[in-house]
Design a protein around this ligand. Structure first.
Ligand SMILES: Cc1cc2nc3c(=O)[nH]c(=O)nc-3n(C[C@H](O)[C@H](O)[C@H](O)COP(=O)(O)OP(=O)(O)OC[C@H]3O[C@@H](n4cnc5c(N)ncnc54)[C@H](O)[C@@H]3O)c2cc1C
Length: 335
């Protein structure tokens, strides 16, 4: 769906004042220069043009707006993403891997990210190797795929940063460091790029330690950064490091407390992610499980307890029942 382009039929000063008042982004320079045309961001619609005109004119300040182009929508069919494994292989048709808009997403990056994972996993499946699953706490790709397969989507899914509970760890400077093990294990990058990342990793680790542990005036260098990054005079050799190394080190040092808290939370959650849910489990026959939960679990068939806990409508009491059941199953197997 797209927004509308409109001109307001007012002097530029009044136009800006009005748009600012009603919360639209109104700057001197808009997409078309200073000619009074505005892209009405956030007003998505595909209603008939005459209805769109009424809609725009009903907004205070836009009573006299002239609509230059109608908004429009593109419709497409999609395969319910809850019918996929986290590897992006269809649960319904073995060996069929799906990526992009067909999974209910919209966007270039969303499509590319899934394409990469689906492609890698198709190749791994052909070799009989286990799939590459990027976890929610590792990267936006993990959040995207986990959301799709556990929650599904009722509108074109976009990867908003706000969907990631651990987004503080997902700064772009750390992406190649965070995903290094995967890229190395699955040979997704050239050796020269992997070597460059290893060097960056070592430099970042060295400077992080150095700034944390070396005294400067009134505490460590790192304390000075946390007090006032702009004013902190850092060691001369640090200043000669590449921009990407300096930025990553300063990010880690500045937000150290918050980043550590995130990591602690992830450690706690990891345990439930590791508990596999047997694929043969008959949710509809589990005593004590609420009907809504049983139906959702039956439909979505989570692969581990972490995934089960993120399904909307499945509450902590239901997860406790599953835990007991799985533990009992494990005990039976051992005895
Ligand atoms: C007008 C418009 C503007 C957009 N603007 C943006 C934007 O600014 N930013 C953004 O992030 N996203 C934007 N999007 C969304 C984005 O383009 C799509 O979500 C994304 O390109 C989808 O990629 P995909 O690979 O899943 O599908 P597609 O790019 O649609 O690729 C599917 C391919 O499959 C081919 N195909 C279909 N059927 C068959 C068949 N039977 N056999 C063989 N091949 C077949 C098609 O020809 C096509 O090449 C926009 C979309 C539209 C329509």
């Amino acid at each position: 769906m797209n927004g509308q382009a409109a001109t307001l039929g007012l002097s530029s000063e009044n136009r800006r004042a009005l748009l600012a008042k009603i919360g639209f982004l109104a700057t001197d320079r808009n997409e078309w220069g200073q000619d009074g045309k505005y892209y009405i961001n956030g007003l998505s619609t595909s209603l008939p043009f005459n209805v769109q005109m009424e809609l725009v004119h009903s907004i205070p300040g836009l009573e006299q707006a002239v609509l230059l182009r109608p908004a429009y929508a593109v419709e497409y069919d999609f395969a319910p993403p809850t019918q996929m494994h986290p590897s992006l292989e269809s649960r319904k048709v073995e060996n069929l891997f799906l990526a992009g808009q067909i999974n209910g997403t919209s966007g270039y990056e969303e499509a590319a990210a899934q394409g990469l994972i689906a492609g890698v996993n198709a190749a791994l499946k052909a070799r009989g190797a286990p799939p590459l699953i990027i976890q929610r706490h590792e990267a936006y790709i993990g959040v995207l795929i986990d959301d799709l397969v556990t929650k599904g989507t009722t509108e074109p899914y976009r990867m908003f940063t706000s969907r990631a509970e651990h987004r503080l760890l997902f700064n772009h400077g750390s992406a190649e460091l965070r995903l290094f093990e995967h890229t190395k294990n699955y040979k997704l990058l050239s050796d020269s790029r992997l070597n460059r990342i290893t060097t960056k990793q070592n430099q970042v680790a060295h400077w992080e330690q150095y700034l944390e542990n070396t005294k400067s005036s009134g505490g460590s260098w790192a304390d000075a950064v946390r007090r006032d990054k702009a004013a902190a005079a850092l060691p001369a050799e640090f200043q000669t490091e590449s921009k990407e190394v300096r930025e990553e080190v300063l990010y880690r040092v500045t937000y150290r407390g918050y980043l550590e808290r995130e990591r602690r939370q992830i450690e706690k959650l990891k345990d439930v992610e590791k508990i596999k849910v047997p694929s043969s489990l008959d949710y509809l026959a589990i005593p004590g499980l609420r009907k809504e939960s049983a139906l959702k679990l039956h439909q979505l068939r989570p692969e581990n307890l972490g995934q089960a806990s993120r399904i909307s409508g499945v509450n902590p009491a239901d997860i406790s029942i599953l835990m007991v059941l799985i533990a009992a199953g494990l005990r039976d197997k051992k005895s």
